[in-house]
Design a protein around this ligand. Structure first.
Ligand code: NAD
Length: 231
């Protein structure tokens, strides 16, 4: 699987949400036209997105909702447990820890971390907030896969380095800053350090969304609906 557009992965998440909604309504069959309409894309786009991962429907018959849902969950890796730590247990970190939605998808918060004596030692949603000094050993012992970064922007790089150094594979960065992998000088060339090679960083920023919204409200004619890919 190479060269799959990130927009395709985002749409798979949307298709999955639609399928879950259909299942709740006891609708057991769907089609690329139906999925397309509900997702606001074209049927061609739906078929193209799914085709990256295999054949899921029967020509002329469409898709069986529970089967397509199960397959998308498998593709997205949502049929396995993911161990997650939250770093930065201020307002946002606590709100994330207290939000129950993640456990629907087997994302388990196993550890909460901070540096402030105001927070370390407190219990949030049944878990103790630990000091960052404990992070490396905790990550190794608990096979932590992901870290959610909810620290102030000027501490985000250091906290991300701590997560990467401890061996997490994914960082969901809520801080409004660009996380850079650590670079090393090797044989006269800059190379990504070993601990960062396998780390994926995803940024989440609702303020950025608000800024895009402001632009598109002022420039509605530039709000091109994401339909077919041209690449
Ligand atoms: P906050 O000040 O309430 O909490 C930050 C916490 O991080 C504090 O408890 C602090 O002790 C801790 N911290 C500082 N340095 C640390 C380190 N090196 N390691 C571990 N913990 C550390 O801030 P907040 O309002 O919760 O916001 C947190 C971050 O999330 C900020 O960067 C903010 O800009 C960002 N944010 C993003 C979104 C979004 O949509 N992405 C929304 C709100 C806030």
């Amino acid at each position: 699987m190479t060269g799959i557009p990130t927009a395709t992965i985002s749409r798979l998440v949307t298709y999955l949400r639609i399928l879950e909604g259909l299942e709740v309504q006891d609708i057991l069959r769907t089609s690329s036209n139906d999925l397309a309409e509900r997702a606001g894309v074209t049927a061609f786009q739906v078929r193209k997105d799914l085709a990256y991962f295999g054949r899921f429907g029967t020509r002329g018959m469409g898709y069986t909702v529970p089967i397509l849902k199960r397959e998308l969950m498998r593709v997205l890796g949502l049929n396995q447990t993911w161990n997650v730590v939250i770093v930065g247990m201020g307002r946002l970190g606590q709100a994330i820890a207290n939000y129950p939605g993640a456990s629907d998808y087997q994302f388990q918060y196993v550890g909460l971390f901070d540096v402030s004596p105001d927070v370390v030692g407190r219990t949030v949603r049944g878990l103790p907030v630990r000091h960052m000094d404990e992070l490396p050993e905790f990550v190794r012992r608990n096979k932590v896969d992901m870290g959610f970064l909810a620290v102030p922007p000027d501490h985000a790089q250091d906290a991300a380095q701590a997560l990467a150094g401890a061996g997490v594979r994914g960082i969901l960065n809520f801080a409004p800053t660009v996380i850079q992998p650590r670079m090393l000088e090797r044989a006269g060339q800059q190379e990504i350090s070993d601990e960062w090679r396998a780390v994926i960083v995803e940024n989440v920023d609702f303020l950025a969304g608000m800024k895009r919204l402001a632009f598109y409200i002022l420039n509605p004619h530039l709000n091109a609906v994401d339909t077919e890919e041209t690449e």
